[in-house]
Design a protein around this ligand. Structure first.
Ligand code: ADP
Ligand code: MG
Length: 523
């Protein structure tokens, strides 16, 4: 562990300046980019005229080799687990449906209602595609816990898992700095065999290609559903270019609003997107796979018509990445329910890695959990509420310093941490408790530093900071029940590191908390 505490290696100011010059130039040359920020008053130009490099770390981050290998191995088990959960309609109805989260969380309710309506109408495409990312932090247990340093899962993403392409570019960036300068011999760890390969672009594309082939119609295209004014476009475009250049599969990009003119053939249920060009107004393209890089957050549905569009796409023969079932399976409530006794074994055998999956979890419970689920919760008091609080909420109050509370949302900025928890619990309407989970905080090793490089106005450029790094592993699964027989193909396809200043609870690169990073393996 000594290599953790002495990171990053020390360099002279002129060496750091040289590395920063090489790094920013490399980033700008290799699509490690964002579109520049814009404001409401000055919206982005219709066609981009400039870009800035994405925020990144100057040095890769040390991660124990055994833990990195474990995370990659776990991905196979998680791919299978979430595929099977997404195929269990009864379970998803119970947890995320009317009897569960859907009745207390409007957004989940809207998604579930659409899924339900499509099931009533009859699902025509049995296959689902998931491009996943499972996120981990290194956990340094306290001495009383006894266990050694190991990865713990933060969350499992089933929709719009981003930064796959840019993570590959950051790996290349660190390899370039090593090849060009040897990092000035500043650490014996910094050598090529310790920088693992990362081919996430080809890997994520291979999932989409597999689904496109399963759809099997020559001349069809893959549809990327994207957010208006998205700044993280290069991360998406690199996958698009891979599909076209290596696999001759064209991609059509549309926002939900632009998809108002999409049609589904009433007989064949095929999905068609009209041409956007005035010279070919009546031509349409058949869609094989719908890949959502939008639709994971309520603001992506500013009008009821957008939910109707999502439903229309999902009711077609095009393979959905993800299907509504798979999006619902990625809910944080599902993550918590899977940790309850007896649930995981319904989906994953010990031979398939259930033990390692279980060992990757932190304690979780629902704020509405009762005394049977949490027999050790503190006794009832009148504190903070007019009516008796359920055991799950009492426990969250008592242990708030060790906890994060999470609602059913994606995309960052929604969680409540530590000292903010008691007041939040007092303000949360009792009927909304089932939409929230409590999760024990992972305790990453302290004393690790990094150099973070940010671009853009008001940025200080290179900043040294104490840091915490989050490892994400990408995987895909193509699965479904075809003629009562389950088919399932899956693959682990690459990784990501996001590094944040130690003082920030939230992660998230798009939200400005984190920088993109890569791995240097430590034995
Ligand atoms: P989101 O869907 O918004 O990305 P996450 O569950 O990933 O939600 O939480 C956001 C961030 O909060 C994570 O990237 C991580 O930095 C931090 N975080 C979440 N859960 C924990 C935890 N149990 N322990 C420590 N940090 C956590
Ligand atoms: Mg997250």
């Amino acid at each position: 562990m000594s290599s953790f505490v002495s990171w990053p290696p020390s360099l002279q100011p002129d060496e750091l300046e040289h590395l920063t010059l090489l790094a920013t130039t490399y980033a700008l040359s290799h699509s490690l980019l964002y579109l520049p920020p814009h404001s409401h008053e000055s919206p982005p130009p219709p066609t981009p005229t400039s870009a800035i490099h994405a925020p990144f770390s100057l040095f890769p981050t040390p991660i124990p080799r055994a833990q990195f290998d474990l995370a990659k191995r776990l991905q196979k088990a998680y791919n299978v687990l979430y595929a099977r959960v997404a195929m269990d309609e009864q379970f998803l109805d119970e947890v995320m449906g009317e009897g569960g989260v859907a009745s207390v969380d409007e957004f989940t309710g809207e998604l579930w209602k659409r899924w339900k309506a499509i099931r009533v109408q009859g699902i025509v495409q049995p296959l689902h595609l998931g491009l996943f990312r499972s996120d981990y932090l290194l956990h340094q247990p306290s001495e009383s816990e006894g266990a050694s340093l190991g990865i713990k899962q933060v969350e499992f993403n089933t929709i719009s898992s981003s930064f796959g392409a840019l993570s590959q570019q950051v790996s290349s960036l660190h390899n370039h700095l090593l090849a060009a300068t040897g990092y000035f011999n500043s650490s014996p760890l910094l050598k090529a065999p310790n920088l693992p390969p990362n081919e996430t672009i080809a890997g994520l594309a291979s999932g989409l290609v597999e689904a496109h082939k399963a759809y099997g119609v020559p001349g069809s295209s893959i549809l990327f559903v994207v957010q208006p004014n998205e700044r993280n476009v290069f991360d998406q475009r690199l996958i698009e270019y891979e599909l076209l250049e290596k696999h001759q599969i064209p991609v059509i990009r549309r926002t939900f609003a632009e998809l108002a003119t999409a049609t589904v053939d009433p007989t064949t249920r095929t999905l068609h997107i009209p041409s956007s060009f005035s010279t070919t107004p009546s031509s349409t393209t058949e869609i094989s796979v719908v890949y959502y890089r939008a639709g994971y957050t309520p603001t992506d549905y500013p009008a009821p018509s957008i939910y109707a569009t999502r439903q229309l796409l999902e009711s077609s023969l095009a393979i959905q990445c993800p299907s509504l079932a798979l999006q619902l399976a990625g809910g944080k409530k599902v993550q918590e329910v899977l940790t309850r006794p007896g649930v995981l074994k319904r989906y994953l055998s010990e031979e398939e890695g259930a033990g390692e999956v279980r060992a990757s979890w932190m304690d979780m419970w629902g704020l509405d959990a009762d005394g049977d689920t949490l027999p050790d919760a503190p006794p009832l008091t009148s504190e903070g509420a007019n009516e008796p609080e359920p055991a799950g909420t009492r426990n969250a109050r008592a242990e708030s310093e060790q906890l994060v509370l999470k609602p059913q949302r994606e995309g960052g900025g929604n969680n409540i941490y530590r000292a903010s928890i008691p007041a939040f619990l007092s303000s949360l309407p009792a009927q909304e408790r089932p939409a929230w989970i409590a999760m024990r905080l992972i305790q990453p090793p302290r004393g690790v530093g990094g150099y973070l490089v940010r671009a853009g106005e008001g940025s200080k450029g290179l900043v040294r900071s104490e840091v915490i790094s989050e490892l994400g592993i990408y995987g895909w699964a193509l699965f479904g029940k075809v003629n009562d027989k389950v088919t399932l193909k899956e693959k682990e396809v690459g990784w990501l590191v996001r590094t944040k200043g130690e003082g920030t609870d939230e992660g998230g690169v798009a939200t400005g908390f984190s920088v993109l990073d890569s791995v240097v393996l430590v034995d």
